[in-house]
Write a protein that binds this ligand. Structure first.
Ligand code: DAH
Length: 346
């Protein structure tokens, strides 16, 4: 008798162990517990036994039933925890397209710009966005009473103790740099001429946000220091770069301007063909000039031996011209319709 139940248990155990799906498990369950299954058949067979055997046999059947139910449930739980949820995978279906991201228009433009300068032998330089009075203003020959230092235009930081240590915190109050020009000073402090660098990066100014103004924007700074540099070098370099970026037919105008850290200083305007002759519209492209001797000597470079030229221009502005983008805010809203429209392979 013992042996009979042992065999039944072994049989069910073996069947469960090789069952891999819910459906197959259900078949086993029906085979044992279904209306015409093993257990109803066993129970029905009780009636053929003499009454004194029934009780004992009935108990055996009952204990097998309990064991079998538990074994089936245990297998069901094991399958549920390993089998994936949802409908079965049909590997013959066509794949769902994955929408790819794209390079942000600003990054794309920066890469183009850096690439053009790279070909001219410029190295990439970098500086912190949290600057000091010294680098952002003093060292750039911007005296304390200069209008650009007006607190209206600059974000100052109150609590320096919260900040990670910067490469150098020489000089005064902490602020968000209002231009990339402080990178010039950081490079000249570390490197001797010849120097030829570009430094793209983010700048901050306190401004009302509208279609053409933002509190954060990108600039590209450039600095060249060497012997015998003159305005010719400045002009030749920048005309070449802007022709690369905006097209060969662009016309230039160098307007005298004032920047504290250059002397003489200019602003470069560009005119692209196709723009109306009647209302000729010159577009401001870039500020530039010959590095002021005070800036050179302040950074430990002898202005009698070396001269330099420098320039700085805004990326958003340039992109707005090149790609005819009407509103600066589109660059930061991250509306995928805009980003998708602007994207092209890099
Ligand atoms: N930093 C200037 C600005 O934000 C731009 C600029 C002008 C940079 C002349 C220069 C330069 O390096 O020589 O308006």
């Amino acid at each position: 008798m013992e042996k009979e139940w042992q065999e039944r248990e072994n049989e069910l155990r073996a069947a469960l162990a090789t069952t891999e799906t819910e459906a197959a498990l259900e078949e086993i369950r029906i085979r044992y517990f279904g209306r015409k299954g093993e257990l109803p058949r066993l129970i029905a067979s009780l009636s053929t036994l003499p009454p004194e055997r029934r009780r004992e046999k009935g108990r055996e059947i009952n204990s097998f039933k309990k064991w079998a139910e538990a074994a089936v449930e245990e297998r069901r739980a094991a399958l549920a925890s390993t089998s994936p949820q949802g409908p079965p995978l049909d590997v013959s279906l066509p794949g769902r397209p994955i929408s790819e991201g794209s390079i942000h228009p600003i990054s794309r433009m920066l890469r183009r710009i850096v690439d053009v300068f790279h070909r001219l032998g410029f190295a990439l330089a970098d500086g912190p966005e949290i600057e000091t009075d010294f680098y952002n203003f003093d060292a750039l020959n911007t005296p304390p009473d200069h209008p650009a230092r007006n607190e209206q235009d600059t974000f100052f930081l109150k609590d320096a103790s919260l900040l990670p240590p910067a490469p150098s915190r020489k000089g005064g109050r902490l602020l968000l740099r209002s231009q990339t020009s402080p990178v010039q000073i950081r490079v000249m402090e570390k490197q001797r001429p010849p120097i030829r660098i570009v430094a793209p990066g983010r700048c901050y100014r306190r401004d009302e946000i509208d279609a053409t103004h933002s509190i954060a924007f990108f600039q590209v700074e450039g600095l060249v220091v060497d012997e015998d540099l003159s305005v010719r070098d400045l002009k030749g370099t920048l005309e070449l770069v802007f022709r690369e970026l905006l097209g060969r037919e662009i016309r230039f105008r160098f307007r005298p301007h004032y920047f504290p850290f250059t002397e003489p200083s200019f602003e470069i305007d560009g005119l692209r063909p196709g723009q109306s002759k009647a209302g000729e519209e010159w577009l401001e492209l870039c500020g530039c000039g010959m590095v002021h001797p005070k800036v050179l000597s302040g950074a430990g470079i002898d202005p009698d031996r070396y001269s330099g030229f420098a320039f700085g221009f805004g990326i958003e502005r340039l992109l707005m011209i090149v790609e005819e983008i009407p509103d600066l805010r589109l660059f930061t809203e991250n509306d995928v319709r805009f980003l998708r429209n602007q994207s092209s392979p890099v």
